[in-house]
Design a protein around this ligand. Structure first.
Ligand code: ATP
Ligand code: LTN
Length: 327
């Protein structure tokens, strides 16, 4: 069975972009893959976090994983910092990567924004992500489009190390991207990706939003003034984003949707999208509260860490041996 690994940062406000780009794939892959899903708390501290908030958000994401349908009997769910191999392999891979390739990462350029004092962790973050993936001999990494460049870097590092120490050092993974949900844009500004940290709460729909908030955010989503419903991300980013979300939730292609619709204007498209989104998120909200409050949650994470650690330690023994570390 092929192995799947992916992670989400516990930084609050898990939104439709995270769900349609990544989380929905996590659930789909469970039945015919060996899946490992991580809560990447060590990634979260690349920017300052309040310790109490971070601890809470770790459990929030774990509960959300289970509320969307990740089954701990089928998949491993665990917290990154509970398995020390991530940090250890992260360091080893830092020594097999180049500063030039890290400075070229689009996400680093965007997040550092020309500032003088930028955290070193923001620069080396993609190397820790590569370590996460390579630690588990991962074949497939389900993620959103924004992570494409980081997956490429992970492959480059794996191929480079394999070239030096042998093809049996690392499995070279592939990214897996959704057709419709891979890049969900902000509702208030469809030229930017939907993000957890944007100040305007109507720029995103969080998975636990109430029906009234979902309605408000979609009905006020930015479109354009020509009134024509057409899929054209370049010239009509707002309407195209709504059609993409519609397609991701309905499981139908945008072409199919456009062929049978009889919407009189953007308002009709938005109303249908409101209903579709409310219906899709309802069961997640219903499951969430019960799981978040249950004692089972921490037991799942403890068991997950043990199972993840057993796999990670095997890889670490092999890697230390190849690099000549230890005695
Ligand atoms: P954000 O930018 O919203 O703060 P993030 O990308 O920094 O989120 P994560 O929580 O780790 O951080 O993302 C989890 C997953 O969600 C990743 O696979 C990422 O590619 C995906 N993702 C994030 N935003 C979007 C989006 N707008 N559309 C599609 N996928 C997304
Ligand atoms: N970098 C990702 C989160 C992430 C990840 C991973 C995804 C950290 N480690 C390993 C897949 C595999 C992000 O910011 N979205």
């Amino acid at each position: 069975m092929k192995r799947v690994f992916s992670g989400v940062q516990p930084t609050g406000n898990i939104h439709l972009g995270n769900y349609l780009g990544a989380l929905k794939q996590f659930v789909e892959l469970q039945d015919d893959h060996e899946c490992i899903y991580c809560i990447v708390d060590e990634h979260a501290i690349t920017v300052p976090q309040d310790p109490e908030e971070l601890r809470k958000h770790i459990l929030d994401v774990a509960a959300l994983y289970m509320a969307i349908g990740i089954d701990p009997k089928k998949s491993i769910i665990f917290v990154q910092s509970a398995v020390s191999g991530h940090a250890e392999l992260g360091w080893i891979l830092c020594c097999s990567s180049y500063t030039g390739e890290l400075y070229r990462m689009t996400q680093f350029k965007a997040k550092s924004g020309g500032k003088e004092s930028v955290g070193t962790g923001l620069l080396t973050y993609p190397v820790l992500m590569a370590a996460d993936i390579l630690l588990y001999d991962t074949d497939v990494v389900p993620v959103g489009n924004d992570q494409k460049q980081h997956i490429e870097l992970c492959r480059d590092i794996a191929i480079r190390v394999n070239h030096r120490f042998g093809e049996d050092t690392f499995v070279v993974p592939d990214g897996r991207f959704m057709k419709a949900g891979a890049r969900v844009m902000a509702l208030d500004d469809p030229t930017q990706k939907m993000s957890k940290s944007a100040l305007n709460e109507h720029s995103r729909i969080s998975l636990l939003d109430q029906d009234s908030k979902i309605k408000k955010s979609i009905m006020r989503a930015t479109t354009d003034s020509d009134g024509e419903i057409r899929f054209d991300p370049e010239n009509k980013p707002g309407v195209s984003n709504l059609l993409n979300i519609y397609s991701a939730f309905s499981g139908r292609s945008v072409e199919e949707i456009l062929a049978d619709q009889n919407w009189r204007g953007y308002g009709d498209l938005k109303k249908e999208l409101v209903a579709l989104t409310q219906e899709a998120l309802r069961p997640i909200k219903q499951n969430y509260d019960e799981i978040r409050e249950s004692d089972e949650l921490k037991a799942v994470l403890r068991d997950g860490a043990e199972r993840a650690n057993a796999i990670a330690e095997k890889t670490m023994k092999r890697v230390r041996d190849k690099f000549g570390l230890g005695f």
